[in-house]
Design a protein around this ligand. Structure first.
Ligand SMILES: C[S@@+](CC[C@H](N)C(=O)[O-])C[C@H]1O[C@@H](n2cnc3c(N)ncnc32)[C@H](O)[C@@H]1O
Length: 477
């Protein structure tokens, strides 16, 4: 059997100024190429991983010129009779070219209706034969010769992946991370300093290469506001910041520039909501736009949800209506401490006498542990009981070597009660190098709740608590 060795003729031509058809065709039979091209030892060349690399002239481009990415590369192809074309394509699935927008089957040079060319993966060829044993066997069974042709393929911007475009444009040797979080139609990036001169180009590429993304924004500051939202700059696309997202089957709408939303918390929301049963009561102290409160209400719980940010509160109410749970959720626009010392304090005495469970969710990881002191002596005027005490799920960031111990100690200090051995700690996620988000869950000790030792400070609705800077180099919780 004739074993073909070939190499890709790597003449890649920039076609910046060429006005040619979408796929420019030019063929030459492999047999007609010079012997050097046919050397079996030149097979290595076809492993060239940068075959699809855009023309070098695009390096440093700051305003996207899509035409400048057009080039012609030579790829191997197999001439196949149309009668067996489908079967051959199926048998060669792993050997055919895989590029966005590039057809696997094209007309052959004579534009004959009897034959087509099947374009093959130019990176193939690590073995002596282009085809595997099974592929070669299939070709024999269809009486198709293994003789390879060359096909000049016109590659455009549209055939490149976003990383390939950005790698070619941004300074060599510097990190090209094109990662982003998706919030509905918004792609949210966190660009580094060296990427900023290219920010609009990056935004455009991300929008072009991700169907459904119609707006790309860059975070322009660390989260340092009370409301946990951050300033952002639109890099490309529409300026519409009202996003619609689905999380765990629930739809939310909100203005992403004015409230907090983190798509990376969906698993955590689900984990906690799964602990809630029909008839339970949930107090969500830092509710945001409702990702704990609304699914809990949908599970049949009665929910009291609070957020200090008037915008969050507005969208929380909107989302309750959107998900038809407005009768199950009472919303508040208070400081968390005022919420605990107001609505929570009012509701608890009756709930403690009931059978259904009570949950308190406190997801403001930069500060929530410090709010736990609001429970000290909360019910000091009531008769102490140790049944049906609330379960608290309180979140905290930790940069400690032992984050579990750290958050338990901080929660204990805030409560004035040792929680060690009386709580569970759940690692939620790593938010930045050496910074973890943790959740401490515990039954609120009766010694804390009914303690007469603590004087309640008056709940303050105004002013809002001091703004705290929270360094979050890579993430936005
Ligand atoms: C980290 S976000 C969590 C939101 C939501 N629970 C979630 O999981 O997506 C914290 C929320 O607490 C709110 N917040 C910040 N300080 C607050 C305070 N002192 N009292 C009440 N809410 C506060 C912010 O507006 C923000 O919506």
């Amino acid at each position: 059997m004739l074993r073909l060795f070939f190499r890709i003729f790597t003449s890649i031509q920039t076609e910046r100024n060429l006005k040619v058809a979408a796929v420019h065709r030019s063929f030459c039979s492999a047999a007609s190429l010079p012997a050097s091209v046919w050397s079996g030892f030149a097979v290595k060349t076809i492993m060239e991983p940068k075959l699809y690399r855009p023309p070098p002239e695009v390096r440093g481009m700051t305003s996207l010129d899509k035409e400048a990415f057009t080039q012609t590369i030579t790829v191997p192809a197999l001439r196949v009779p149309t009668g067996v074309l489908n079967k051959v394509v199926k048998s060669l699935r792993k050997a055919t070219i895989q590029r966005p927008g590039v057809p696997r089957v094209v007309q052959d040079k004579e534009e004959s209706s009897d034959f087509r060319l099947v374009l093959l993966d130019p990176h193939r060829g690590s073995s002596p034969s282009f085809f595997s044993e099974a592929e070669a066997e299939a070709l024999r069974s269809f009486s198709v010769a293994e003789e390879l042709q060359y096909y000049e393929l016109r590659l455009t911007y549209h055939n490149l992946k976003s990383e390939e475009v950005l790698e070619a444009v941004l300074p060599q040797g510097q990190d090209v991370t094109s990662g982003f979080s998706r919030v509905g139609h918004i792609a949210h990036m966190n660009l580094r300093d060296h990427q900023l001169p290219y920010k609009n180009l990056i935004g455009q590429v991300i929008m072009d290469k991700n169907p459904g993304v119609t707006c790309v924004v860059n975070k322009t500051n660390m989260i340092d506001s009370t409301y946990r939202n951050f300033k952002m700059e639109v890099l490309a696309g529409e300026e519409n910041m009202v996003a619609k997202v689905k999380e765990n089957g629930v739809t939310y709408e909100f203005d992403f520039s004015r409230v907090y939303w983190n798509p990376r918390l969906s698993t955590e929301h689900q984990r906690v909501v799964q602990l809630v049963k029909r008839g339970d009561t949930v107090f969500d102290v830092f509710a945001g736009v409702g990702p704990f409160a609304i699914p809990a209400a949908r599970s049949g719980a009665n929910v009291l949800a609070n957020d200090l940010n008037p915008e969050s509160h507005r969208w929380l109410q909107h989302n309750c209506k959107l998900n038809k749970v407005e009768k199950k959720v009472r919303t508040f626009n208070l400081d968390g401490r005022a919420f605990i010392q107001g609505p929570v304090k009012q509701e608890l005495p009756v709930l403690l006498k009931g059978k259904a469970n009570v949950h308190v969710v406190m997801n403001l990881p930069a500060l929530a542990l410090e709010f736990l002191d609001a429970f000290r002596g909360l019910l000091h005027q009531e008769t102490s009981c140790d049944e049906n005490l609330p379960t608290v799920h309180c979140y905290g960031f930790s940069k400690d070597d032992n984050p579990e111990m750290d958050v338990v100690e901080r929660a204990s200090r805030s409560l004035g009660f040792p929680l060690k051995d009386q709580c569970s700690v759940h690692f939620v996620r790593n938010v930045a190098p050496n910074k973890d988000m943790m959740c401490v869950s515990f039954t609120l000790p009766k010694e804390v709740l009914f303690s007469a030792d603590y004087e309640q400070t008056e709940p303050s609705v105004e002013p809002a608590p001091k703004r705290q800077k929270c360094e979050e180099a890579t993430d936005s919780t």
